[in-house]
Design a protein around this ligand. Sequence first.
Ligand code: NAD
Length: 283
Amino acid sequence: MTAKILDGNALAQKLRADFKTRAEALAARGTRPGLAVILVGEDPASQVYVRNKVAACEKAGFHSEKIVYAPDVAPQVVLDRIAELNADPKIHGILVQLPLPKHFDSDAVLEAIAVEKDVDGFHAENVGALMQGQPRFIPCTPYGVMKFFEEAGVDLKGKEAVVIGRSNIVGKPMAMLLLHAGATVTVCHSQTQDLLFHTRRADVLVAAIGKPKFVTAAMVKPGAVVIDVGINRLPDGKLCGDVDFDGVKEVAAAITPVPGGVGPMTITMLLANTLEAAERAAQ
Ligand code: NAD
């Protein structure tokens, strides 16, 4: 079997065209969606992510502000800026690029963002709302993954879904979304004893580990839908996911590539959340 390739660029393009139309309609009524992105430090990967987020906003007709601080900035300076952005009517979404430098209390920074502008969905109140099945904002990466299932017509009800990874930004919210969609969910992590036992019975397998080509064909149930969240840089400079794409595509029914899979969908869902925040503010 050769898997259907779930094309994140094509899906992102389709959704972004719709967001652009919605943003124009909103702007015509006096509200242009606005996103502020805060970057602390000079981490090269974070710089690329922030640049891509701001560029995507501009392309979609959103207002955007990029706020950059030196790595040794005092946390209070950032907190004061967040307070200003919370009160700024031009800004509907505020995103702090993670990870923050070690002298920051990341949780305190995320909690400082107004819940109605927390477009990453990382504020504890928004995490709680997601857990209760009434999300205000769905974290962008798992939100993008759910869009793949929707687009491919994958009915999650009653499916065995296995998520590898339990981070706050990917694994945990992913598991919660799959659970709410009716799947039976198993979350595996670095202390899982028999990973193969779990992955081999997954109808839907989501890999968010951060280890290149970790998931091999032998770990995948024939006919499974495999979503690769990982972004890893190989010694030759090329990007690859957490899934051994060439091997797994021969076993799976559908698979996301890296690059061109989940990555473009993450930014797309950031636009979705910012647009929703602006639409709510305009009401
Ligand atoms: P993380 O480091 O916070 O979490 C990794 C998880 O993998 C942990 O929960 C850990 O328990 C688990 N893990 C590690 N080794 C394991 C093993 N041997 N067996 C089973 N589980 C194991 O990472 P994260 O922030 O969740 O990101 C995961 C990956 O996804 C990274 O490659 C990251 O770059 C990527 N990512 C991509 C996007 C995107 O837009 N595509 C967004 C966020 C993260």
